[in-house]
Design a protein around this ligand. Structure first.
Ligand SMILES: [Cu+2]
Length: 495
């Protein structure tokens, strides 16, 4: 934790802006924001319906009800976040490159926003694309404290309809209970994450237990067996807050063009986006342009985004856009309804289980604008490590705590991060404050996608490169919520 004094000093040194993100006490009068009116984002409770039952979740909305923000490149990101929930909170702008004090990680970027307080943000938007925002405080993300953050740019076309698809996993069980159950079940299994183990009948029975409870299925699998997926057994998977029993139906033009902006805001779940009979043209990942790839199915790990262009057939028809949970037969999605075609009910279970996500697409992706070729100044190797017993997740064997020193980096360096997954679980790794380029998979170099979150499947090695061009104290972590909470987290620092 930074002292208040260190925080202010470094904040003052790192930016000429008069404005810094700072938590304000509820009693303080609201100060006018320099240079124009900020967009207000309110953190509040809301009620949604899932599987016929009402659920109390969080939301990030503007006063007019708009979820998140749509803005454009070149504009400043000028936002006031008001905390109207019953606990402290802080919002991270996933994929953006703000001054580090405005990055929204409690204890790293700054203090959380007190109950009833607010924080102001003001920084330039360097690039456009599909981004998102979510709470980095505790387990609030599991209660849907997340929203789209769309930055329009030259890639947007007047003749295409933008459709946002926000995917998430939902449980009626409170997240703290899910986490406790994971730790308890894992503790009972009492074995290291890297060792194969026989299936126990008891565990097998338990794995079919109550929905929403942590499922010890992973206990029964070793590194040599199939990957350990889906730690938490969810009650539902949502696309724009709805299940396939009552999906969002978006009216589109027959023969028209659609830009799908798919955001995986799940806490723990990866999907295959399935376009059915439609051919999709993938034009960006995590907001950054790639050489277009045509396909009907695309993998999307936790926290990743896909921008996919569709050219719809001229005939009226209903086109489901589905997301299939990896490794299982559950699915969610929305329907594109062209020309008033009838919309058939789609079940929320698929005929068969989908496979685990692979790196097949990742290794085909090529950045439209790769990083400039230059000498690598520094390499950090991060072994992704874990211990099923007690649900401990770590980097290089260390579960993060405030005494872990930040990884050293110097301004101006080209840095490579080598992720080596030593566990039977896939981990989507996310670096704050910088975009990186995927430059190697399993020893094979290539000029891959520029992005902010990369999947590292079990026993694989993935290398990313970035330029240290945004000094500060930055988080680097697995984006699976309960892994992050358990300690698969570190920081890097150059200020
Ligand atoms: Cu992880």
């Amino acid at each position: 934790m930074l002292s208040r004094r260190a925080f202010l000093l470094s904040a003052a040194a790192s930016t000429a802006l008069p404005l810094l993100a700072r938590a304000q006490e509820a009693s303080q009068p609201s100060a006018a924001v320099d240079g124009g009116t900020p967009t207000v984002l309110r953190l509040a409770r809301r009620t949604i319906e899932v599987n016929g039952k009402s659920a109390s979740v969080y939301g990030i909305r503007q006063p007019d009800g708009t979820f998140g923000i749509r803005t454009k490149v070149g504009d400043r990101f000028r936002v006031r976040v008001e905390n109207r929930i019953e606990e402290v909170s802080l919002i991270h702008w996933h994929g953006l490159t703000p001054p580090w004090q405005q990055d929204g990680v409690p204890g790293i970027s700054g203090p959380p926003i007190p109950v009833g307080g607010y924080a102001d943000y003001d920084f330039p938007l360097r690039f456009g694309g599909t981004f998102w925002m979510h709470s980095h405080q505790g387990l609030q993300e599991q209660l849907l404290m997340a929203a789209p953050l769309i930055i329009h740019d030259r890639r947007d076309r007047a003749d295409q309809q933008e459709v946002i698809v926000m995917l998430t996993d939902f449980s009626f069980t409170p997240p703290e209970q899910i986490f406790e159950a994971l730790k308890k079940d894992r503790g009972m299994a009492a074995m290291p994450a890297t060792a194969p183990a026989p299936v126990s009948g008891m565990q097998g029975m338990k794995a079919t237990g109550q929905a929403g409870q942590a499922m010890p299925s992973g206990m029964a699998m070793g590194a040599a067996a199939k990957p350990d997926l889906n730690d938490v057994k969810y009650d539902a998977f949502l696309a724009n807050d709805r299940t396939l029993a009552d999906p969002e139906v978006v009216k589109v033009e027959p023969g028209g063009r659609v830009l799908l902006r798919v955001i995986n805001s799940s806490s723990m779940s990866a999907f295959h986006l399935d376009l059915g009979a439609l051919d999709g043209e993938l034009i960006a990942v995590d907001g950054f342009a790639v050489a277009p790839v045509m396909a009907r199915r695309f993998p999307i790990a936790v926290a990743q985004r896909l921008d996919i262009r569709l050219a719809l057939p001229r005939e009226p028809a209903a086109h489901p856009v589905l997301a299939l949970l990896e490794g299982e037969n559950r699915q969610t999605g929305i329907i594109l309804q062209a020309g008033g075609a009838a919309v058939a009910r789609i079940p929320d279970t698929a005929a068969q289980a989908s496979p685990a996500l692979t790196l097949d697409l990742e290794r085909r992706l090529r950045a439209a604008k790769p990083l400039k070729s230059r000498k690598v100044n520094r390499v950090h190797t991060l072994n992704l490590t874990g211990q099923m017993a007690g649900y401990v997740w770590s980097l290089n064997g260390v579960a993060w705590n405030e005494n872990v020193p930040p990884l050293p980096v110097a301004q101006g360096e080209r840095v490579e991060l080598v992720f080596v997954n030593k566990t039977p679980m896939p981990h989507p790794m996310h670096l704050h404050g910088h975009e990186f380029q995927v430059v190697e998979i399993d020893g094979k170099r290539f000029p891959g996608a520029v992005r902010d979150t990369v999947l590292v499947p079990p026993n694989r090695r993935v290398v990313v490169a970035f330029d240290a061009n945004n000094p500060g104290h930055w988080a680097l972590h697995c984006h699976l919520l309960y892994h992050l909470e358990a300690g698969m987290f570190t920081t890097l620092r150059y200020v």
